[in-house]
Ligand binder design. Structure first.
Ligand code: NAD
Ligand code: DAU
Length: 336
């Protein structure tokens, strides 16, 4: 493999993966196809923009022509492109169905038509639904509960259908909650860090006892690299950090790292249909040779420091469209 198309490569995980590939696979050519939605940001890739092995194409994965043109001659596609925020999927689900479902279908058609060697679909633990006990294995039934999770589950089913019907060389990864640099400040960690830096309240949904399993984005990128090269066609691989924490624990940790008071926490009306817990069994990926390498406490300290030191990156994102979204998502919430 030499030429990799990374769709959605200007977003959080995609841009970290592009950086990972350029660093660890220096003979590869990496092409990013990205629509640059509110979440896409070329500043995420500023440090690689002059790398001769990197190329950016501005376009939508739902656009058949641009996808076929850009995918011509590539050895693999890694698909990160998606609408990704659960709260936004509750406000405007249509965009999720277009990009996450229809866009994935357009990419699969390109893989079929052009005979591309590998298609990696970046999916999520949210497709399993809320897991009150135990941990999800890859063969568990999908039970998505938000429009975001349902659109990702639909994409997973379409990928598997193209594998079964046309023998496409597909693999799916299902990761838990990522954190790290360049995450759009609507997601809980960058949102709470940047609010706390401004001494603004941290809107914690409900009782704060929902559990997420935190995965450092660098560990996720290593897992995707492994699956891209060594994953069995047709298989699904869970990728979890093994760091299950309640949201209240996570929030307390952020405030401690910043030296800010716990009184900034404001319990507000819960997210409708809020999944209580996600948990992944990652034995299958471990058997392929992956383990997360970052310790949670250290990676969190490093991540919080990154936001402290990179205000130039996040400050300008928290105005305009963001301010309007913030008002629509949080304006009506009651303090509990
Ligand atoms: P993000 O929202 O930061 O970035 C998404 C990127 O996709 C942006 O650059 C955006 O411009 C681009 N995009 C959106 N619609 C597009 C379209 N129609 N055509 C081309 N580009 C488009 O997302 P992220 O958090 O980096 O997530 C990346 C992928 O990983 C998603 O598929 C998501 O479902 C999955 N995932 C995310 C997490 C997480 O914790 N963030 C965990 C598991 C899986
Ligand atoms: O599990 C993987 C998923 O993780 C990805 O597929 C999604 O793309 C990604 O957005 C993320 O989804 P979550 O809904 O878990 O992430 P979010 O950062 O929005 O919320 C994390 C937890 O924090 C969740 O239990 C809701 C809570 N929360 C979130 C926000 C934004 C709050 O309490 N207050 C908030 O303001």
């Amino acid at each position: 493999m030499k030429r990799i198309l990374v769709t959605g490569g200007a977003g959080f995980i995609g841009s970290n993966f592009v950086r990972h590939l350029l660093l660890n696979r220096p003979d590869y050519d990496v092409i990013v196809l990205d629509k640059l939605t509110y979440a896409g940001n070329l500043e995420n890739l500023k440090d690689v923009q002059d790398n001769p092995h990197y190329q950016f194409v501005h376009g939508d994965i739902c656009d058949v022509n641009i996808v076929q043109q850009t995918a011509e001659g590539v050895d693999a596609i890694v698909n990160f492109a998606a609408e990704t925020h659960v709260d936004r999927s509750l406000l405007e689900p249509g965009a999720f169905i277009n990009t996450d479902v229809y866009g994935t279908y357009v990419l699969l058609e390109a893989v079929k038509k052009l005979g591309i060697e590998r298609f990696v679909q970046i999916s999520t633990d949210e497709v399993y639904g809320s897991v009150e006990e135990g941990s999800s294995v890859e063969t568990d039934q999908l039970a998505p509960r938000s429009p975001y999770a349902a659109s990702k589950a639909a994409a997973d089913l379409m990928v598997n259908a193209y594998r079964t019907s046309f023998g496409l060389p597909t693999v799916i990864t299902r990761a838990s909650n990522n954190f790290g640099p360049y995450q759009y400040p609507e997601k809980v960690i960058p949102l709470f860090v940047t609010n706390a830096l401004d001494d603004q309240p941290l809107p914690l949904y409900g009782d704060g006892l929902n559990v997420r399993d935190w995965l450092y984005v660098g560990d996720h990128c290593e897992a995707i690299d492994l699956v891209l090269h060594k994953g069995e066609p047709g298989e699904v691989y869970n990728v979890g950090g093994g760091n299950e924490r309640t949201n209240i624990e996570l929030t307390g940790m952020i405030l401690d790292l910043l030296g800010k008071p716990q009184s900034l926490i404001k319990h507000v009306t819960d997210r409708p249909g809020h999944d209580r817990r996600y948990s992944l069994n990652c034995a299958k990926l471990a058997a392929l040779g992956w383990q997360p390498r970052h310790r949670f406490e250290e990676a969190m300290a490093q991540t919080v420091r990154w936001y402290v030191e990179n205000e130039w990156w996040w400050r300008k994102l928290k105005s305009g469209e963001y301010a309007d979204y913030y008002n629509r998502n949080y304006g009506h919430r009651r303090t509990l």
